[in-house]
Design a protein around this ligand. Structure first.
Ligand SMILES: C[S@@+](CC[C@H](N)C(=O)[O-])C[C@H]1O[C@@H](n2cnc3c(N)ncnc32)[C@H](O)[C@@H]1O
Length: 331
């Protein structure tokens, strides 16, 4: 069931100032606390931001305008080419999201809703499905497909690099077939992680034949029809919060698909136990306790001292410094 605008804006925030949105008195736009207005077109809020889009994003949007029907009528061929049934294959991707009937799920660049329908089937009336795309024509087709679904559906035109949600809103975030069109993939993936709860899942896939198949006729044939198969694997663009990352190539090895769990900030570890051996110390003291360098001769002497004393470098140096500190009254 499609949520009303009034209900939808309870979960949406302004992509401009991150604050709440309200409807204008005329009801044909949303307005944020800074006074920036966002139109509502065909019952769908247009929260595309920044207002002046990156050229590549505008081009993408223009490309899909007027193409939705043709896209929807022919897209199954992408799977057929590799002897696959589209819905069955997409279900395998969706399974990686680990969604429950009451999950809050975001689909970025939902297009004509080919995955959206399947995602909706995993949710009941306590779940929420939020469908976003930058093309009004594409999302129009998705909207038609959502009429009878049980879950609450929020639809919105937005730029996937600038999502109109507060942090940690979703249990899962999904995007298939679009990342290659984002000029700043790292920013988009960071946004996906920002709006997903810690412990939530993110699944992203797009065209990209792996390096080891690039010198094949298979690849050259594919490239002739769709240059997107030359896209690089955006592994360096994954956000620092990405944990338990898994990567595979799907649809006959022509699309990469990675999934990861959202963690909090940098990875952490136990860096504080004493490491056995002649260096001694811990991971942390080796990193954080570095002192100035010494001559090669002094270094050699130090190692001899350590050996003679039957200790390790960390303990010997620490003792030496503490003794000196005591002598000078510092300790
Ligand atoms: C190839 S279609 C994939 C659609 C759908 N996910 C599927 O698997 O059929 C790519 C979609 O990405 C959307 N898109 C491109 N750039 C976008 C952006 N910056 N933000 C949101 N959507 C974008 C396009 O409008 C288009 O609907």
């Amino acid at each position: 069931m499609l949520k009303s605008i009034e209900e939808s804006i309870k979960s949406l925030v302004s992509p401009n100032d991150g604050g709440p949105l309200s409807t204008t008195p005329s009801g044909d736009a949303l307005v944020d606390q800074s006074g920036v207005q966002f139109p509502i077109e065909n019952g769908i809020p247009v929260l595309i931001f920044p207002l002046e889009l990156h050229e590549a994003i505008s081009e993408s949007r223009d490309f899909y305008e007027g193409r939705a029907d043709q896209y929807d009528d022919t897209l199954h061929l992408t799977f057929f080419t590799h002897g696959l049934e589209e819905n069955k294959t997409r279900e395998e991707f969706i399974a990686k999201l680990n969604i429950s009937p009451n999950s809050k799920v975001l689909e970025v660049a939902c297009g004509t809703g080919r995955d959206s329908e399947l995602l909706a089937n995993h949710l009941d009336e306590s779940g929420e499905l939020h469908l976003h795309d930058i093309s009004a024509d594409m999302i129009r087709r998705a909207k038609d497909k959502m009429k009878d679904c049980e879950a609450e559906v929020v639809m919105c035109l937005s730029n996937g690099e600038c999502l109109p949600y507060p942090d940690n809103y979703f249990d899962a975030c999904y995007s298939f077939g679009a990342l290659g069109e984002f000029p700043d993939k790292a920013r988009a993936l960071k946004e996906f992680a920002r709006v997903t709860k810690v412990g939530g899942k993110i699944v992203v896939g797009d065209e990209g034949v792996p390096e080891w198949h690039r010198n094949t006729e298979f690849y050259k044939i594919l490239l002739e029809t769709n240059p997107m198969f030359a896209a690089e694997l955006p592994i360096k663009d994954l956000p620092v919060e990405a944990r338990k990352v898994r990567l595979e190539w799907v649809i006959g090895g022509t699309f990469y698909l990675f999934d990861f769990e959202v963690g909090e900030g940098e990875p952490t570890a136990n860096f504080d136990y004493t490491i056995p051996g002649h260096r001694g110390g811990s991971y942390r003291s080796r990193y954080a306790g570095k002192l100035e360098g010494v001559t090669a001769e002094s270094k050699e002497l130090a190692w001899q001292m350590v050996q003679n004393k039957g200790t390790n470098m960390h303990d010997w140096l620490t003792k030496l410094i503490e003794e000196e500190a005591k002598k000078t009254g510092l300790k």
